[in-house]
Design a binder for this molecule. Structure first.
Ligand code: PMP
Length: 421
């Protein structure tokens, strides 16, 4: 494959944008491909190469790229203007849909990214409980803000320091870490810190170190422990929300968190974040209460229109049910190839998420760190040259969408068979 135009663009980009990219995970070595367009399950670069896309913009594009129903909703909105700075009916319509799907969310605020959602939810949890500390899971990723950039997954593992410079120790000293799936450690840290512990924040299924699933009963135990110790439970469903089930991981696993953060799928590909939960907690948000939160682009009409369109489409077409089945089928196809060629590797995931772990069957962050990420990157490049775009790191999840066909899956399985190292 020829990547001349991408290479040239990257050389220019590096002089203007640090690392040549707007988000670190995109800085594929020696240079990333520059996208010219995307449609369905395919993404096309400036040199005219076509790839089957399993990155899917890191999750939002559950219907594939450029789905007509969402495009139409955005186009209709453009005719009416795309930013008002006033309330609009769209926010009310969107909020009603989200609240219907998530019985734990009595009230919510719209923001512009998942990072903003978790930042606001944590501030709110601290304001409501009048306590300072939080517990997060080692390798859990909740966006790129100070309180949670401590042993974070995703690009923070691939490219960053486990704890980024520039964050005062006086901030991160309030962020406690526990291993995922280790209920003893969670119990111990909660009991020792409960007097100053505002919240536990976790991804119900870890999505940012490849999907790592909860052990049976783990999430139920965490719910019980937090409730008993007067600590709020925040489910970060930025990846799992609207995906595992219409009501996200909380519906799938039958758990009611106190606060939830959502994003990605919710905006149909337009920028969005949502945080919401119990009415008494949400009542603390300004202007009703003292916890401040605000944003110029919050509740943006295009995000709301695309969000309403995608939620309606998901419901009418039972998308999660279909994709969960297709995910099972595709993981089985991959697993057959992988176990045959590399018995010490594994295929993980659930619903529309999958990953090939280059070593073992990880149950937490430390396990994932033992995978051979250098080999993964070698595989990544070979797959790209075979026309398959996977996330450019072992520490990310792959996404399938409604646009991925059986032919895409077969081609991918063949490419895995050919390229697995
Ligand atoms: N939480 C989780 C679970 C995420 O996966 C991400 C992004 N990958 C975020 C928060 C941050 O979202 P955003 O990139 O929209 O700020």
């Amino acid at each position: 494959m020829n990547f001349d135009k991408s290479e040239k663009l990257y050389n220019e980009a590096k002089t203007l944008i640090p690392g040549g990219v707007s988000s670190p995970v995109r800085a594929i070595k020696p240079f990333p491909f520059y996208t010219a367009s995307a449609n369905g399950s395919k993404i096309y670069d400036e040199d005219g190469n076509e790839f089957i896309d399993y990155c899917m913009a890191y999750g939002p594009m559950i219907l594939g790229h450029n789905p007509p129903a969402i495009r139409q909703a955005i186009e209709n909105q453009l005719d009416k203007g795309w930013l008002y700075g006033t309330p609009s009916a769209l926010e009310v319509e969107m909020a009603a849909r989200v609240s219907d799907l998530y019985p734990s969310i009595d009230m919510m605020r719209f923001v512009s990214s998942g990072s903003e959602a978790t930042m606001s939810a944590l501030r709110l949890a601290r304001g409501f409980t009048k306590k300072n500390k939080i517990i997060k899971i080692e390798g859990g990723f909740h966006g790129a803000h100070d309180a949670v950039l401590v042993k974070a997954g995703s690009g923070a593992t691939t490219h960053g320091e486990p704890n980024s410079p520039g964050i005062p120790a006086s901030v991160t000293e309030h962020t406690l870490q526990v291993a995922y799936n280790d209920i003893e450690q969670m119990t111990d840290v909660i009991e020792k810190n409960k007097n100053d512990l505002a919240a536990v924040i976790l991804e119900p299924v870890m999505g940012n170190v490849g999907p790592v699933l909860p052990k049976d009963g783990y999430l139920q135990e965490v719910r019980k422990l937090t409730a008993e110790n007067d600590v709020l439970l925040i489910f970060d469903e930025v990846i799992t929300g609207f995906r595992l089930a219409p009501g996200g991981a909380q519906e799938y696993f039958g758990i009611k968190p106190d606060l939830t953060t959502l994003g990605k799928i919710a905006g149909g590909g337009m920028p969005i974040g949502i945080f919401g939960g119990r009415k008494d907690i949400m009542g603390m948000i300004s202007p009703n209460g003292p916890v401040y939160q605000a944003g110029t682009f919050s509740g943006s009409p295009c995000s709301m229109s695309a969000g309403i369109a995608v939620l309606d489409y998901l419901k009418e077409n039972k998308v999660q049910e279909t994709l969960n089945k297709r995910g099972d089928m595709f993981r089985k196809m991959l697993s057959d190839v992988v176990t045959d060629k590399k018995p010490d590797y594994s295929v993980g995931g659930l619903s529309s998420l999958f990953v090939i772990f280059f070593g073992g069957k990880p149950m937490n962050y430390q396990d994932v760190l033992k995978c051979d990420s250098a080999k993964y990157m070698e595989f990544f490049h070979k797959m790209l040259n075979s026309g398959v775009f996977l996330p450019p790191s072992q520490f990310e999840t792959n996404f399938i969408s409604m646009a991925h066909t059986d032919e895409d899956f077969s081609k991918t399985a063949e490419a895995v068979e050919k390229n697995l190292v």
